[in-house]
Design a protein around this ligand. Structure first.
Ligand SMILES: [Zn+2]
Length: 94
């Protein structure tokens, strides 16, 4: 009886492996890239710099992806939107 129970638990634990279950994923605290580097100033003419903050479809990445703080995420959004306006960055990508 107890053997059977143990085996069952083991199976469940194997299925809920660290790699598959997001519950066990190690959480690393993200540091805002703009707070971490004080010398880094967002420039809407610098496409290479802003490309880090947009997806391959050209969308602005959310904070959970960029790791930016609220203040800097607003700056990023503004810079990307300005860059699109002057055709440095695309609005969409096929
Ligand atoms: Zn920041």
């Amino acid at each position: 009886m107890s053997d059977k129970k143990n085996r069952k638990n083991n199976n469940r634990n194997n299925n809920m492996d660290e790699d598959f279950n997001p519950k066990f994923r190690k959480v690393r605290k993200k540091v805002c890239p703009l707070c971490a580097d004080k010398n880094l100033i967002l420039d809407f003419k610098n496409a290479d710099q802003l490309k880090k903050f947009i997806s391959d479809k050209g969308k602005i990445l959310p904070r959970r992806a960029t790791g930016a703080c609220a203040k800097h995420q607003r700056d990023i959004t503004l810079a990307v939107k300005r860059a699109r306006q002057i055709a440095v960055l695309p609005y969409t990508q096929e």
